[in-house]
Design a protein around this ligand. Structure first.
Ligand code: NAD
Length: 480
């Protein structure tokens, strides 16, 4: 990202201090924050799309330098107001941890690529010069989740604006206030940097109906969906070009060559980050049986609380609830009352009182246990003993359910590491580190909160939201 001067750093620090004192104890709704009307929020999806189209025309008319000025201001405001959004996100959804949500906003501000991600190609030859440029799609319709609400709105906005698009959001209704706060932040950044007052738009009350208007509206040229399997399926069957960033259930393998002390700490650090809400976070462990006891011991030293099988079965009946689908089938889904909750709160539900120093609940289970098979998104980590690498890979691949999302491994055996990486075919594969290294937090590479496994864009960035256009000049403009 661009170099920041000392004066700019001072400005950022001053805004952080100011923002820290203005916490989200302020009152808010999906259209107002502390008595101020949020900009870019509409009651009608058609109106929101028309406004986003005006934003698109404004961005299209800008120089790249002007776009970059807006993006720099989005980054600055995101850092400055991270404490507000972190606290508001936890207060509104009841999920996650304020200190981790703050870090997620800093990560988005610092490591989401901007206009530098848009690169043109030139091909010269006997027949002249051909340029291929990454052009905007137009107005993008974006659906965002409750698990990383404002982080996804800001991350998507930076990439989509950098690529020259307009954006209309249909955020998760359960996180609408903080999502719309982020939409307003992007619009404030635009106005402050000389851009339009309304650059990105959202709904005051998003619904399935507003999502379906978005999905079929002729002005929407690209759909970008970050969420669970239901919504990804819906956008992929819309008939429009769509980017689908769907569910994961990341397995971790620990073999007997791993640094067990480090593996125990890394797994608990990754699994408990924002109370396991990130889709990349460790969800189940396959441990070689000759190191499993030591691994469990290391996890306990790092804030994990071990429950027995009977307690695990009791907890599973609380954190997973049965639901009847439209076709009359009974399925188990995660209880919204438990997603992203603190470990001590979950333990209290089965009568175990512990202090909030307990970060994670661990238990030994078999492969078919609900804790292994379901994407829980809470700090509960099942551990399955395996005898060798073949068994570990076989079970871990099955537990990933073909999501092609994320997998992790702790090992020093390059044959084992390569064999699992090849077999699991995930978008992200993290070796010997906590899961968040996979999105640039303590690992190399840019960040995103939209990891598009099903449609293949992977770790999305500005270039993912572009279409290629070619311009040919025959017989000329060669200099050799
Ligand atoms: P969710 O699927 O409940 O909701 C996501 C969004 O889709 C919301 O805005 C919701 O209102 C909307 N929605 C749901 N069904 C819809 C339908 N049929 N048509 C239109 N809109 C619909 O997701 P959530 O609980 O907020 O987030 C958690 C899920 O998202 C997990 O499965 C997680 O793995 C996944 N996720 C994936 C990524 C990624 O980058 N791949 C990132 C974050 C979350």
């Amino acid at each position: 990202m661009a170099n920041i001067s000392e004066a700019e750093i001072r400005k950022i620090v001053e805004s952080i201090l100011k923002a820290s004192s203005a916490t989200s104890s302020e009152s808010y709704t999906s259209t107002e924050y502390a008595g101020r009307k949020l900009v870019g929020i509409y009651s009608d999806m058609n109106e929101a799309i028309d406004a986003a189209e005006k934003g698109y025309f404004a961005v299209r008319a800008m120089t790249v330098e002007q776009r970059e000025k807006i993006i720099a201001e989005i980054r600055r405001l995101t850092v400055a107001e991270a404490p507000i959004m972190a606290e508001m996100g936890v207060r509104e959804t009841g999920m996650g941890k304020v200190e981790h949500k703050r870090l997620k906003h800093f990560l988005v501000a610092e490591k989401t690529p901007g206009t530098e991600d848009i690169v043109s190609e030139a091909k010269t030859g006997d027949s002249g010069l051909t340029l291929t440029e990454m052009a905007p799609f137009g107005v993008v319709g974006a659906i965002t989740p409750s698990t990383n609400p404002s982080e996804t709105v800001i991350c998507n906005s930076i990439g989509m604006i950098a690529a020259g698009n307009g954006v209309v959001f249909n955020p998760h209704p359960g996180a609408i206030c903080v999502s719309n706060y982020a939409v307003d932040l992007v619009n404030r950044a635009s106005a402050a940097a000389g851009g339009p007052e309304v650059l990105v738009c959202s709904m005051d009350k998003p619904t399935m109906d507003s999502a379906s208007i978005m999905q079929s509206h002729p002005k929407i040229k690209l759909l970008v969906c970050t969420g669970g399997p239901g919504v990804v399926r819906a956008v992929l069957s819309s008939g429009k070009k769509a980017i689908g960033a769907g569910a994961g259930n990341p397995p971790v393998i620990v073999d007997d060559t791993a640094d067990i002390r480090k593996a125990g700490k890394d797994i608990i650090d990754g699994c408990t980050f924002d109370n396991n809400l990130p889709c990349i976070a460790e969800k189940e462990v396959f441990a070689f049986s000759n190191i499993a006891d030591r691994l469990i011991d290391e996890m306990q030293k790092n804030g994990a609380y071990l429950i027995n099988r009977e307690q695990a079965d009791k907890l599973a009946k609380i954190v997973l609830v049965e639901k009847t689908t439209k076709s009359g089938k009974t399925v188990k889904t995660v209880s919204r009352e438990c997603v992203g909750r603190d470990a001590h709160v979950l333990l209290a539900k089965i009568g175990i009182e512990v202090s909030d120093s307990v970060r994670c609940i661990i238990c030994e289970t078999d492969f078919m246990h609900d804790f292994v098979q379901h994407e829980l998104m809470m700090p509960i980590l099942p551990i399955v003993r395996v005898e060798n690498i073949a068994e570990a890979i076989d079970l871990a691949v099955k537990a990933e359910h073909g999501n092609r999302h994320t997998a992790h491994m702790h090992s020093k055996n390059i044959d084992n590491l390569s064999a699992f990486a090849k077999a699991v075919e995930t978008t992200i594969f993290v070796k010997n580190a906590p899961s968040y290294a996979g999105i640039g937090f303590g690992g190399e590479g840019h960040t995103t909160f939209t990891i598009a496994g099903p449609t293949g864009e992977g770790i999305t960035s500005a270039r993912s939201f572009t279409r290629k256009r070619r311009c040919v000049l025959a017989d000329n403009f060669r200099i050799i």
